[in-house]
Design a protein around this ligand. Structure first.
Ligand SMILES: [Zn+2]
Length: 399
């Protein structure tokens, strides 16, 4: 892979605020004196830019808890009544999970929006709405892309008039933004880069999202986050890798360039595989199909819905081979299939689905979120599914 000539340091300031026994994390650029702890992480680049942010876990809590929000599909059928209503419902699912589980971090696992339903100039409006339950609670997050996020607008059949001439119906707020119809309505979709740049620049101090190395574009959300110990040396507890599995405006694959990027990153920061690693992307790899339970869900697989067949990426270009052979990689988490929520073992790692969180997208299975809990001493990774009605199920120990 191409090496970038320049070398910079990425530093994230982390401020810890005590709130009962839970500590919330804030990444930002200002330090204030009344906070109980703060530190700056600077991680030197080795191969290509590491793009690592550090999320520091609490000193009083022994665990670091992550909520996965998958397939929210905001902005679906925005021109109807039921479209906006399902976004309200998705807000409620996330709020319930956040209030009941109090996670330290949130991962938006792709298909945050349904870009192909959006005749708007900038789909970041909907993207931003999806982030707001997490942001309003001061919880840091990271996002990755699914196959719907940057998709081109598709004309609904019902928009075609009897004479066959489509009627353009742009949302009111869009039409009033600018004078011309072309500016108000976009049929091209908002690009991955635009979505990320808007997220990062919209004063989102809690966003850990990065638009990864340029040599991997148009695959954009490729980056690493380090979760650090709260002890004095801030040693890494776990690395979270995010990969863009494509879809939307380009093929549904993890390319060999991304696989090489992962390999180089992991070697640069964790060459002895001492630190456990978790992997997040949207579309299942073909290995998911190999391990999928045929009917029902039986041990060693754990989960509650197995209602459709695995819709995999279009090709396998080496990432799974690398992951299978790296002892530090404990699990892969994907969304995409709304009717699957299981974890199954594959070689020496776990392949897990999240849980359909949004009211947008196909399927009426009850909504929820997969939770991941990392304990530092003794080290363990536990996961379960939290439902909108507050019930918890499918608990599993992944490491
Ligand atoms: Zn989806």
């Amino acid at each position: 892979m191409r090496k970038l000539a320049h070398s910079t340091f990425l530093s994230i300031h982390l401020l810890l605020l005590f709130h009962h026994t839970m500590i919330k994390l804030i990444s930002g650029y200002q330090m204030s004196n009344d906070l109980t702890a703060s530190n700056i992480h600077q991680i030197p680049e080795k191969l290509s830019p590491p793009l690592i942010s550090s999320v520091k876990k609490s000193s009083s809590a022994s665990t670091f808890k992550i909520a996965l929000f998958a397939d929210l599909h905001y902005g679906e059928n925005a021109w109807t009544d039921w479209g906006p209503q399902q976004d309200v419902n998705s807000d409620r699912v996330m709020s319930t999970v956040l209030d009941q589980e109090s996670p330290d971090f949130v991962i938006y696992l792709g298909d945050v929006i349904t870009g192909n339903n959006m005749p708007v100039a900038n789909a970041s409006l909907y993207w931003d709405q999806a982030l707001s339950p997490t942001r309003s609670r001061g919880i840091p997050w990271a996002t990755i892309f699914g196959n719907h996020d940057d998709a081109h607008f598709e004309w609904p059949m019902e928009w075609f008039s009897p004479t066959g001439i489509p009627q353009v119906r742009c949302p009111k707020q869009c039409s009033s933004v600018s004078g011309t119809l072309e500016k108000a309505c976009s049929f091209k979709g908002t690009t991955r880069l635009e979505l990320i740049q808007n997220e990062i620049h919209e004063n989102n101090q809690y966003s850990f999202t990065k638009n990864g190395p340029e040599n991997l574009w148009p695959s954009v959300s490729n980056y690493v986050i380090q979760v650090s110990s709260s002890d004095q040396n801030h040693r890494p507890i776990i690395y979270l890798y995010f990969l863009d599995s494509g879809g939307g405006t380009y093929p549904e694959v993890i390319s060999s360039a991304q696989a090489t990027w992962f390999e180089n990153q992991s070697y640069a920061i964790n060459n002895d595989s001492r630190i456990p690693e978790l992997i997040f992307w949207h579309i299942p790899s073909k290995a998911y199909k190999d391990v999928a339970p045929r009917s029902g869900i039986h041990r060693p697989c754990v989960g509650s819905i197995n209602k459709e067949s695995v819709a995999t990426q279009e090709a396998e270009m080496g990432i799974m081979n690398i992951l299978e052979n790296k002892p530090s990689v404990k699990a892969v988490f994907v969304g995409h299939n709304h009717g699957l929520d299981w974890c199954c073992p594959h070689e020496k790692l776990w392949l897990c689905f999240a849980r359909h969180t949004g009211y947008g997208g196909y399927g009426n299975w009850p909504r929820g979120a997969r939770m991941i809990e990392i304990t530092e001493k003794p080290f363990s990774i536990k996961s379960w599914i939290k439902m909108e009605d507050g019930k918890k199920h499918s608990e599993i120990v992944l490491a």
